[in-house]
Design a protein around this ligand. Sequence first.
Ligand SMILES: [Zn+2]
Length: 237
Amino acid sequence: MMPRSLTENGRTSNSTHSPRAFAGLALIAIVLACGMLVGCSGTHVPDVQIVARADWAGPDDNPVMERLVEHEPDRLTVHHAGVMDDGSVAGDEKMRRLYKFSVKQRPWGDIPYHYVIDRVGCIREGRELKYAPDTNTTYDTRGHICICVNGDLTKQPLMESQYRSLVDLLVKLAADLDIPNDRIVGHQDAAPGETTCPGVLENYIKNGWLIEDMESVRAGKPYEFRTTEYVKAKPAD
Ligand SMILES: [Zn+2]
C-alpha cells in the first residue's frame, strides 16, 4: 500500500511519496547542483585549453629561479608581441625562442608573460602565475598577470581565433583569481606614453568591447567578433 500523508488543506494524499514525486525532487536536486557548478552568481567559466610549459619547453629551458620575484596577482594586463608573425614558425618553437631571448638577451628569469596566444588562438603557458612578469618598460609589474597575443598588432590584424581565446582566458583568470573588470587593462594603460602595446587590441579595451564580450561569455551567450583599425596614438605633448 502507498504511504499516505497529510496535505496543506488537511486531506490525505499519496502524491508526495509517489515515484513521480521522487523523480521530480531528483530533477530539482540536479538543477540546483548544476547551478552551484557554474557559481552562485550563475557565471559561466569556459573550459580553456592551455598547452603546459613542460609540453613546449626543451630539456634545458628551465626558469632562472634567482631572477624571479614572487607576487600576489591582482590584475590582468593584455600585450601584443610587437613582432610580425606570418605563422611560418610553429608556436612551440616560438616559445623556445622567446625563452632564450628572455634569459640570454634580457636579464629575465623566464618568458616575460604568463600566457602567450599564437596566431591561430592556441594558448601556451609561460612563467608561473606566482612570479611577477618582466617588461621593457618601467611600470611596477608586481600584481600583473600578463597575456601576450602574438603578432605586431599595430601592423597586422588581430585574428578572430586569437581574440576568442583571449576573452575565454580572461574570463577564466578573472574567476580563478577574483579580479574585477576594472583591473583588466592594456600594457599602455599600465605604462602610459612608453608603448603602443597591445596595438589594435587597445581599441577593444578602450571601447569597452573586451569587457562586453567577457560578460557575454559569463552569461553563456555568443558574441560577434568586431573588427577595427589600429590608429596610431598622437605623440604625447
Ligand atoms: Zn606589452
